[in-house]
Design a protein around this ligand. Structure first.
Ligand code: URA
Length: 204
């Protein structure tokens, strides 16, 4: 039995563990809640989440029906006052403290595919260091999670951020579109539109 260490959450911690369908075969892992998410207690309900919904809709996936969305940490890491920052990426200590929540969810959901959004999720789950550009758009396996196919994508917040630079935005958009199609191809290979596990027979 492991006790969740809340000592470094501060008293502004506000939780939102997941949204979507727990029977889904596709799990999506982000970083942490943003401001809007922490108010509504719903992951990916802010700007990045709206864009994520659009990207997934473009490949025929409804995030609430066909996916289970969660984060490395189920709360919003609060930026120190006066730091000028709004959202913070979770620290290694915060990710480690919440890792058993994530692993528990993976064990309960039993996804066939896990999409890792952005470098922090990639490093937090697979331990890959270095630039995401080496791994993004590619599939990965990990012996700690047998049978699960990991797919690394850019975080939608990166797309929003890169809108400031039209050239970078164009490149990022094209990459995102290509990667989304790769994800769709794998979903099709794994059984097309049957994106959820059937209802289990209950016996008592
Ligand atoms: N960004 C994330 O990584 N997760 C959310 O839930 C919202 C924004």
């Amino acid at each position: 039995h492991r006790v969740f260490d809340i000592s470094n959450l501060g008293n502004l911690a506000s939780y939102g563990l997941y949204r979507g369908n727990p029977k889904s075969k596709v799990m999506v892992i982000g970083e942490a809640l943003g401001e809007e998410e922490s108010i509504k207690h719903i992951p990916f309900c802010g700007k990045a989440g709206v864009l994520l919904d659009r990207i997934f809709a473009s490949i025929g996936l409804n995030t609430n029906r066909d996916c289970y969305l969660t984060n490395l940490v189920p709360y919003r890491p609060v930026a120190p006052e006066g730091s000028g920052k709004k959202n913070l990426a979770p620290t290694k200590a915060q990710i480690d403290a919440c890792k058993h929540f994530l692993d528990k969810q993976i064990g309960l959901i039993c996804p066939e595919i896990i999409v890792l959004l952005g470098k922090v999720a990639m490093e937090g789950v697979l331990g890959y260091k270095g630039p995401i550009s080496k791994h993004v758009g590619l599939w990965a396996l990990d012996s700690r999670y047998p049978g699960i196919r990991f797919f690394i994508m850019y975080h939608p917040a990166f797309l929003l951020y890169s809108q400031r630079d039209p050239e970078q935005y164009q490149v990022a958009r094209e990459a995102m579109w290509l990667h989304a199609k790769r994800l769709r191809n794998k979903v099709d290979l794994l059984g097309g539109n049957e994106l959820t596990y059937p209802e289990l027979e209950t016996t008592n």
